[in-house]
Design a protein around this ligand. Structure first.
Ligand SMILES: [Fe+2]
Length: 277
């Protein structure tokens, strides 16, 4: 990402941290030295001079030794009070922001997709989740936010768990039940997720939302379970990252491999037309 951003002289305006921000132990929480090495230095501020909007994934919800989600919320606060304020941005578990701040083009709805009882497993305890109460609150908030009038041409939702995925975790029954009807109704242009260790782009006939997974960020890759020729247009077991750009009439999403070569790219217009590049 660093090389790619420099090669194309990108004026990066946001980093989207799609969850599973921390694997393993985060000893010291918000004071862990890992923040410096694996966030501040990994995405250097001279290249990524922009906020890093973060949402929690299932690995963030591991208590290791304490809640890593609590540490991430705290780092967003504490890190801002130092001489060099952090770019880590996580005001709450779910939040909304218009982007960029001046003349915004995209309304982002950032969600916490860690549902209780997902995958048929009760997930409180060491690997905890949202509580059932929070799940209800978030859904009511999402419904209200999607209905709120906006001045931006584009509407994007980000969440860690895919709603639909050809990857190892598959489709998510709770998100299909609760979120997908709202995406359809309110015409969400794009849902961006991670969780599955691959890169994907899914389109469904008559559905206004493009479903994109950018999960090839470094952990061990997994094989797809549904062939993208069957349900696609794109899916690949490959390391990579994604680049989203927008103008007033169209967004462009590129999946790049670890050398910065394009794996798959498409544009989407305000009225929902998708063109594969
Ligand atoms: Fe995950």
């Amino acid at each position: 990402m660093n090389r790619y951003a420099q090669q194309y002289r990108l004026r990066t305006q946001a980093l989207l941290m799609l969850g599973d921000n921390w694997y393993g132990e985060l000893a010291g929480g918000a004071l862990s030295p890992r923040w410096q090495k694996q966030f501040e230095e990994m995405y250097p501020a001279d290249v990524f001079s922009c906020p890093a909007y973060a949402i929690p994934g299932n690995h963030d919800y591991q208590r290791w030794p304490e809640s890593k989600v609590a540490a991430e919320l705290e780092y967003a606060q504490v890190g801002r009070n130092t001489a060099l304020p952090t770019r880590w941005t996580m005001p709450s578990l779910w939040y909304r922001f218009d982007f960029p701040p001046t003349k915004p083009l995209i309304t982002f709805i950032a969600l916490d997709s860690n549902m209780p009882f997902s995958d048929g497993i009760e997930t409180h305890g060491v690997n905890f989740t949202l509580t059932p109460q929070q799940q209800v609150e978030e859904l009511a908030w999402l419904e209200a936010e999607l209905k709120r009038p906006r001045t931006t041409p584009f509407l994007i939702v980000i969440g860690h768990h895919p709603v639909y995925s050809n990857g190892i975790h598959g489709d998510h029954p709770i998100l299909i039940r609760d979120w997908d009807p709202l995406f359809r109704k309110e015409g969400v242009h794009l849902y961006l997720a991670g969780h599955d260790h691959d890169m994907q782009h899914l389109e469904f006939e008559g559905h206004p939302t493009s479903f994109v997974i950018s999960g090839g960020g470094g952990a061990e890759l997994t094989n797809p379970t549904i062939d993208p020729a069957q349900r696609g247009p794109y899916g690949q077991k490959v390391y990579g990252f994604s680049h989203l750009s927008a103008t007033e009439d169209r967004m462009t999403l590129r999946h790049l491999d670890s050398n910065g070569s394009v794996l798959h790219a498409f544009t989407k217009s305000v009225d929902g037309k998708v063109s594969i590049l």
